[in-house]
Design a protein around this ligand. Structure first.
Ligand code: NDP
Length: 273
């Protein structure tokens, strides 16, 4: 029997997840169906109950539901509780749902795919929203020399640093607190969505540094367009998207799909107008 999965988002029409999971299912021979579900923004709970009552086995959760999903899950993984966000749901027995987050592991796997090591590197994360909360623990697990988080609203970055201080060397503050150079700068703000650039100093990148934008699109983001001429090597968030999906697929099916061909397929589809 075909097992049912899906993604909850609003709007969800743009989501690449159905395409990614269809490819994973094909290459691993798993019999699944994966659909896009768009509940009204204030009605995730009803759509969720219906989906699992109808036999749904698991789902992804995307904007704007990642924080709401935390309150609807019956149990949470340690990393989802800490991140305060859920992007993967798994149907347990007795109608219970288990929530996890795979965004952070997706980022770290993507960096590994591109052979970007974090160990003993100076890492800067720009932004302190929901997505950034999910990447801090996996980043600290890679034992960087230091992790600095800066945000437009400085208090959010300071709070985040406090919340994760037990895991490693992390500092948080506003843009005016930025000093020194970094080996990896991750843009985790949503500024790229509106074509804006966070106020970053010109001398941010150490020699051989990487600039990573968690957003992706057919064109390089404003942040990557800015970072290139300043000497950084560039990566966008498309690989993170594929790797977080691969981790969700593994949690559901206990089979790890291959990601290189899916990256290629998505990259090509982005460039087809
Ligand atoms: P949130 O709305 O939770 O957070 C937005 C963050 O961006 C806040 O830190 C906010 O600062 C900051 N920000 C917004 N506009 C500006 C600006 N003009 N200048 C400076 N800072 C700004 O969003 P998310 O955390 O959910 O998402 C952030 C990004 O990550 C998005 O681009 C999203 O597409 C991407 N993402 C990519 C994934 C992938 O798989 N590739 C997965 C998840 C997210 P403040 O706190 O001051 O408001």
């Amino acid at each position: 029997m075909t097992d049912r999965y899906g993604v909850f988002g609003n709007p969800v029409g743009h989501s690449k997840s159905p395409m990614i999971h269809a490819d994973f299912a094909r290459q691993t021979g798993q019999d699944i169906d994966y659909e896009a579900i768009e509940p009204p923004v204030d009605a995730l709970a009803e759509a969720w109950r219906q989906f699992f009552a109808d036999g749904g086995r698991g789902a992804n959760v995307t904007v704007p539901f990642k924080a709401d999903a935390v309150t609807l899950c019956d149990t949470l993984s340690h990393r989802a509780r800490r991140a305060g966000a859920v992007n993967t749901l798994i149907a347990g027995g007795n109608g219970l749902t288990y929530g996890d987050t795979t965004d952070g592991i997706g980022l770290v796997r993507d960096l590994a795919f591109h052979r970007v090591s974090l160990t003993q590197k100076r890492v800067l994360v720009v932004g302190a929203g929901g997505a950034v909360r999910g990447i801090i623990e996996p980043l600290l697990n890679e034992q960087p020399a230091s992790l600095v988080v800066v945000n437009r609203t400085a208090a959010k970055a300071e709070q985040l640093a406090e919340d994760f201080a037990d895991l490693g060397a992390i500092q948080g503050g506003g843009f005016d607190s930025l000093k020194g150079t970094f080996d990896l700068v991750i843009n985790g703000t949503s500024a790229s969505l509106t074509g804006e650039l966070p106020p970053l100093p010109d001398s941010l990148f150490a020699p051989n540094a990487w600039a990573y934008d968690m957003m992706y699109g057919a064109e390089p983001t404003v942040f990557l367009q800015w970072a290139g001429p300043r000497g950084a090597k560039l990566l966008d968030g498309l690989g993170m998207l594929v790797e977080q999906a691969a981790e969700s697929f593994f949690l559901w099916r206990n089979v790890r799909p291959e990601t290189a061909s899916v990256r290629e397929m998505l990259r090509q589809s982005l460039n087809v107008v």
